[in-house]
Ligand binder design. Structure first.
Ligand code: HEC
Length: 144
């Protein structure tokens, strides 16, 4: 019961973050502060603990992905989208989408951050660990 409520709250926070992000850029100065460049785009609740695999993934993520996707995959205004976001739930962006994104890069299609360049120096196993990390973050935030 309690858990359900916190999951719903987390989902609302994420939805709110996404809404804020997609509506903020064109609103002009009069409608309150837009998120500042470099700031997180959504609020991410952290799991109490990560699996060993996700722990490894977190390290690789912080080294290679966080510059654009933000700490805890919360997104980074001006650089890249949150991966803790409904768009990236497993049924819409399966694990293969992560492998392909790293291998080939991504042409901008969901957001306005430009294209994602291919990322060198990661094995498929590394990316598998990153996926485990992102999925654990997603689940804690009600994205299944
Ligand atoms: C230079 C910035 C940058 C870096 C570094 C980066 N990304 Fe991205 N990534 C982006 C942007 C921007 C998008 C959104 C493209 C769009 O508009 O849909 C994206 C999209 C994605 C997507 C969605 C792919 C799809 O099919 O839509 C995945 C998954 C992803 N990134 C994973 C990663 C992982 C994992 C890493 C680290 C190994 C990483 N990214 C590093 C900028 C980056």
């Amino acid at each position: 019961m309690n858990k359900t409520i916190s999951v719903v709250v987390a989902a609302l926070i994420i939805a709110g973050g996404g809404y804020y992000f997609t509506t903020a850029p064109d609103t002009g100065a009069s409608q309150g502060p837009a998120p500042t460049e470099g700031e997180p785009i959504v609020t991410v609740t952290l799991p109490e603990a990560l699996s060993t695999r996700a722990e490894l993934g977190a390290r690789a993520f912080d080294a290679v992905c966080a510059d654009c996707h933000g700490d805890n995959a919360a997104g980074r205004m001006g650089y890249g989208p949150p991966l803790v976001h409904k768009i990236y739930e497993p049924s819409h962006h399966g694990d293969m989408a992560f492998q392909l994104a790293v291998q080939n890069g991504v042409r901008a299609h969901h957001w306005q951050f430009g294209n994602m360049p291919a990322q060198d120096g990661l094995t498929q196993a590394d990316v598998g660990n990153i996926v485990a990390y992102v999925r654990e973050l997603q689940r804690t935030n009600g994205i299944n």
